[in-house]
Ligand binder design. Structure first.
Ligand SMILES: [Zn+2]
Length: 259
């Protein structure tokens, strides 16, 4: 018998789903991407992380707060990664429509609160639009990104620049059990296409202007950051804090009254 987690919608029969939906009105939708992550991390990294975080948070909350975790959305909006082999991107409209359709379906079964657990920054604008539409259907919804809920720790724990397949992302992936090709890790801090103004990093000092870009404007390897600095121990500390804070947040969401 496989060890089936009680919150995984995809592993339930419809009767089990019906029974659980009488006890909860919260669904978590993990959303990732399938895109290049430099020479040391696989293409599924964001999808893998979204799924790991969603399962860990639901597990931490269970049975005190029961949630439903939907199957993963493994594709995201990644046109800027397309010059790198293997990347699959979807149009923003595709992601918006998909998330709205998932929300609509869940609402029909009694879900009132939707937590989108997003692991890819390129999805954020499309998910905001999708969630606006889901909100207008009468649901309460939010997107949670692990790096935002622990941005204070990210800043003090990992070597900058913080951007892509860097110290932060490689350490976190490693801690979550991802395939890491240790010997292939590179440090590539990223070019500045307009020196003094355009840097690909999350916590850059002003002025920092990021135009629409292709990853190749900044990097040859696909990494922007210091992946050689990565280690799973620092990753684990940030991962546990992210799980802790997301769970604490959802515990409060569970108490919200939605009309
Ligand atoms: Zn990523």
């Amino acid at each position: 018998m496989t060890d089936v987690k009680p919150f995984l919608l995809g592993k339930m029969t419809w009767q089990e789903a019906k029974a659980l939906l009488k006890k909860t009105d919260i669904a978590i939708i993990p959303v990732g991407s399938t895109e290049q992550h430099g020479p040391a991390l696989p293409l599924d990294n964001d999808a893998f992380q979204a799924s790991k975080f969603a399962h860990a948070v639901a597990e931490k909350l269970w049975p005190k707060v029961k949630t439903i975790v939907t199957p993963l959305v493994p594709y995201g909006v990644s046109p800027h990664h397309m010059p790198f082999s293997g990347t699959i991107t979807v149009e923003p409209e595709t992601l918006i429509n998909l998330v709205v359709d998932i929300g609509k379906s869940l609402a029909q079964h009694g879900v009132k609160k939707i937590i989108v657990m997003n692991s890819h920054g390129g999805n954020t604008p499309s998910l905001s639009i999708a969630l606006r539409k889901v909100h207008d259907m009468g649901l309460w919804c939010v997107q949670l990104a692990w790096w935002q809920i622990v941005s204070d720790l990210v800043k003090e724990t990992f070597k900058p620049p913080h951007f892509h397949a860097d110290d932060m992302e490689t350490s976190v992936a490693w801690a979550l059990g991802q395939r890491v090709l240790k010997d292939k890790r590179v440090d590539e801090p990223g070019r500045e296409p307009i020196p003094g103004f355009t840097r690909a990093t999350m916590f850059a000092k002003a002025p920092n202007i990021l135009p629409a870009f292709d990853m190749t404007d900044f990097t040859d390897s696909g990494t922007i950051g210091c992946a050689r600095n990565a280690d799973p121990e620092r990753g684990k500390r940030v991962v546990s804090a992210a799980i802790e804070r997301m769970a604490a947040f959802i515990e409060k969401v569970a108490k919200l009254k939605v009309k």
